[in-house]
Ligand binder design. Structure first.
Ligand code: NAP
Length: 491
């Protein structure tokens, strides 16, 4: 089945407001390109404050009925939506792959599997979420309620479009909130498809609303809307700051999942086979466009040569090209601008005397993808210590290597950046693993692995990588207000 069968008007999308497709007030549209071919894929509403106003009003109208439903009723809606996502997984994966440039197999195995899992997980987790009571004996009993906030805004990036949107949507809905979502203007298609399915799943009109458009116009109007009670945002650190600044005067709750510059600390006793395989995944999955990607390898100087040689061989073997081909490991970067940004870093590496161990150039695959935004997976060593490549988030298939002479030096290098999202530690020694994991400044640490996810665990970053945590009860807490009620022991 082709994805056009799911999206009824693929070439011109609409907003979804109050359960209906709505054209934007201004009648203006933005272009959405297919990264693998550079061709126009769709046109999306260039929504502004009037569209946002309508969406927020629809959500506010829907809130009393939706928040009054039982957890079981809300869960049934999410489960039905999860069933539809599972039924249409192949179509949705096709949409996501076309819109992002990621390999179809990745969109199928990672993105769509996770969308379904997010919906089912929170449908269950919210029902098993206990409330608290504090017994005061003769003085009575306190019990704690968790109440929905009202209308909440969900703003998401382009790298894992539906994966991240559903990660916010499911807990927001299960806790009784109504939603206005704004996906990235670069990847609007899968959200449109999900909204269509949500209608079919019986999620009542107005409970979830979708506005398309640019971040600075549509996103900002959403953030500034006085009726928005919370903003759940995933994206770049600079945008996170803008949103936090706009939300602060109104004391609006924000959850900010931001950028990363994640280290992989490799010790001399690491299992080389396991480490090389792990570092290829951690460095280059989704063309290095995962916030958790480990783009800095910090390796014990005794292991550096052996590791870099093995790694360069493995990275050179990654197959870059048409995302639709089954043996493609790496697809296209998200946009021509982003491709240029990544190439600029490679130029800088050359100017600074860095050694390109593999990759280092743009790539034009044969056939339909010749005009796509491809970059070779790249590994760079011997950059100066203060190179910007060591500190700035490149968000592409570019990994740098630095060596350390001692554990202290390795940890100092790991912690030397402004970010603190994730880290990996590669060693056979359990004591080293625990010690280093404890000292590294990151919200998530994987030992001898990467991206092993348990949806119950806290997810988020330290320092410039964010504020707050998502996942399990952390998401449920974010989307609720806590109320304590005291009952005397006698009336
Ligand atoms: P971005 O430019 O910050 O955009 C993220 C979202 O915010 C998009 O929907 C964007 O809309 C919107 N936006 C931009 N300006 C806005 C404003 N003033 N008000 C409200 N919304 C606004 O990030 P991106 O380039 O899409 O994504 C890449 C970044 O996301 C990387 O830094 C990556 O590390 C981070 N990320 C973090 C996590 C995490 O969990 N920590 C996960 C994934 C990605 P437009 O697209 O229309 O501009």
């Amino acid at each position: 089945m082709r994805w056009e069968e799911l999206v009824s008007e693929p070439e011109v999308l609409s907003n979804w407001i109050g359960g209906e497709r709505r054209a934007p007030f201004g009648g203006q549209y933005l272009d959405d390109f297919e990264p693998a071919t550079g061709e126009l894929l769709a046109r999306i509403p260039d929504s502004g404050s009037e569209d946002v106003e309508l969406a927020v009003a629809a959500a506010a109208d829907a809130f009393p009925e939706w928040s009054g439903r039982s957890l079981q009723e809300r869960a049934r809606c999410l489960e039905r939506l999860a069933d539809l996502v599972a039924e249409r997984a192949e179509t949705l994966a096709g949409i996501e792959s076309a819109d992002t440039g990621k390999p179809l197999a990745l969109a199928r195995q990672i993105d769509m599997a996770r969308v379904e899992a997010n919906l089912r997980f929170f449908a269950g987790a919210a029902q098993h979420w206990p409330t608290e009571a504090h017994d005061m004996g003769q003085q009575g009993l306190n019990y704690t309620r968790r109440e929905p906030l009202g209308v909440v805004a969900l703003i998401t990036p382009w790298n894992l479009p539906l994966y991240l949107l559903s990660w916010k949507l499911a807990p927001a809905l299960m806790t009784g909130n109504c939603v206005v979502a704004k996906p990235s203007e670069l990847t609007p298609l899968s959200a449109d498809a999900l909204w269509d399915l949500a209608n079919q799943a019986g999620i009542p009109p107005g409970v979830i609303n979708l506005v398309h458009g640019s971040g600075t116009r549509c996103g900002q109007a959403l953030v500034d809307h006085p009726a928005i009670k919370a903003i759940s945002f995933t994206g770049g650190t600079q945008t996170g700051r803008t949103i936090a600044t706009a939300a602060a005067p109104r004391l609006v709750k924000t959850s900010l999942e931001l950028g990363g510059k994640n280290p992989a600390l490799v010790f001399a006793d690491a299992d080389l086979d396991r480490t090389v395989a792990g570092l290829v995944r951690a460095g280059y999955t989704n063309q290095g466009q995962v916030c958790l990607c480990c783009s800095r390898i910090l390796v014990d100087e005794d292991l550096k040569d052996a590791l870099t040689q093995r790694l360069a061989d493995a990275v050179s073997n990654l197959k870059v090209g048409d995302p639709n081909l089954v043996d493609t490991d790496q697809g296209a970067l998200i946009s021509a601008d982003h491709q240029q940004k990544v190439l600029d870093y490679m130029d800088l590496a050359g100017e600074e005397g860095g050694r390109i161990l593999c990759g280092g150039k743009a790539l034009n695959p044969e056939g339909r993808c010749q005009q796509g935004y491809f970059v070779e997976p790249t590994l760079i060593s011997d950059l100066p210590a203060d190179s910007r490549l060591h500190f700035e988030e490149i968000f592409g298939p570019v990994v740098t290597v630095q060596s350390f002479a001692s554990e202290d030096e390795g940890i100092a290098l790991a912690n030397s950046v402004d970010y603190g999202l994730a880290a990996t530690v590669w060693t056979r020694d359990l004591a080293t693993a625990h010690r280093v994991a404890g000292r590294v400044q990151a919200g998530l640490v994987w030992i001898n692995g990467w991206l092993v996810r348990d949806l119950r665990t806290p997810f988020g970053g330290m320092k410039d990588s964010g504020l707050g945590r998502e996942g399990g009860r952390w998401s449920l807490e974010f989307f609720t207000e806590t109320k304590n009620i005291h009952l005397p022991s006698g009336f």
